[in-house]
Design a protein around this ligand. Structure first.
Ligand code: ASP
Length: 323
């Protein structure tokens, strides 16, 4: 039977010290346009799929995120940041709140759309997380074309790596490293999406190139279920963005959903408790997007900006960058 519950989708393109004075109107317009294209792609899938009940929320978050992964603007897919070795290594995850099924990949180098592979791990493998070469072998078995790492190499990210190498900062993970970037974007631009479909099923997903100059197979929170991504129909779905080491230690996405479930509080309050109190007290920059089981969209971030957009349960579009 078709359940005609409300649908909604929220996306982010990373949070961090986005400085209004550093951003030209033209650049701002380019980001806004891409965010709108992404959120509309996800919403169209939810609203107008050939399936009677609309596409599932998992299909919708993948559709939205592929738009951002294919854009140079964001730190995911095509626009991913460079590692210390001037290569690109990407992480992604997805979770489905009805079954609590999840899929994740880490450290992949030759997959054009990491979120698609994470989704295939969830739907077609016996596992939750595959890494590096193993993940790519699995992709080959599914018929993926492995592409050259050079596809992901962009001038902007090359300049960022150079700048961080020239500065006397040991690693991108230094808390001070953001100061040496024009827009503080040594990591900025991770992408995520959360959606609820007509069946009340919530999905959340996150995809990233990680942090500029990362070393030794470093993996952040984005592919860690519970840290960067979590979805449970009984509470909410969350996708996070920020300094991954802190987000792993505080298990951000699951903590927010658990607060909603156990404390009986609203998603905005739960998100603010974690993002504006807990993370801020640790000086961890970042934010989250979330949707609860009533299809309410929530944003929470403690940085000066977060690229974000949503189409809410009334069908209203919003696109924002700054506070
Ligand atoms: N969370 C990502 C990571 O640490 C980066 C980001 O969201 O900006 O890999």
């Amino acid at each position: 039977m078709v359940n005609a519950g409300p649908i909604a989708i929220a996306i982010h393109g990373g949070a961090g010290p986005i400085r209004r004075e550093k951003m030209t109107q033209e650049v701002e317009a380019t980001y806004r346009q891409k965010l709108e294209e992404s959120v509309r792609a996800g919403y169209e899938a939810l609203a107008h799929s050939s399936k009677k009940s609309g596409a599932s929320s998992t299909d919708a978050v993948v559709a939205a995120m592929i738009v951002m992964e294919d854009s140079e603007l964001f730190n995911a897919g095509k626009g991913s940041v460079f590692t210390h070795e001037a290569e690109v290594e990407m992480d992604a995850s997805i979770m489905e709140g009805n079954s609590l099924k999840a899929g994740a990949i880490a450290g992949v180098r030759h997959i054009r759309n990491p979120i698609r592979l994470a989704s295939d791990v969830m739907n077609h493998s016996d596992h939750v997380m595959l890494i590096g070469e193993g993940a790519e072998t699995y992709a080959s078995e599914l018929g993926y074309k492995l592409i050259d790492n050079s596809y992901f190499h962009t001038e902007r990210r090359k300049r960022q790596l150079q700048r961080i190498r020239e500065a006397t900062v040991d690693t991108a993970l230094s808390e001070d490293s953001s100061d040496i970037f024009e827009a503080g974007d040594n990591m900025l631009g991770t992408v995520g999406a959360v959606a609820i479909d007509r069946d009340g099923n919530i999905a959340a997903a996150t995809s990233t190139g990680g942090m500029t100059n990362k070393q030794y197979g470093r993996v952040g929170d984005s592919p860690i279920i519970g840290a960067g991504t979590y979805a449970d129909n009984s509470s909410c779905g969350v996708s996070a963005t920020g300094h991954g080491e802190y987000f792993i230690r505080t298990v951000v996405a699951h903590d927010i959903c658990a607060r909603v479930l156990y404390k009986g509080i609203g998603l905005q309050q739960a998100a603010d408790e974690v993002v504006m109190d807990k993370l801020k007290n640790m000086q961890a920059d970042g934010g989250i997007i979330g949707i609860d089981s009533q299809a309410n969209v929530v944003f929470s971030f403690n940085s000066s900006g977060m690229y974000r957009a949503a189409i809410d349960k009334n069908g209203d579009l919003e696109v924002h960058i700054f506070k």
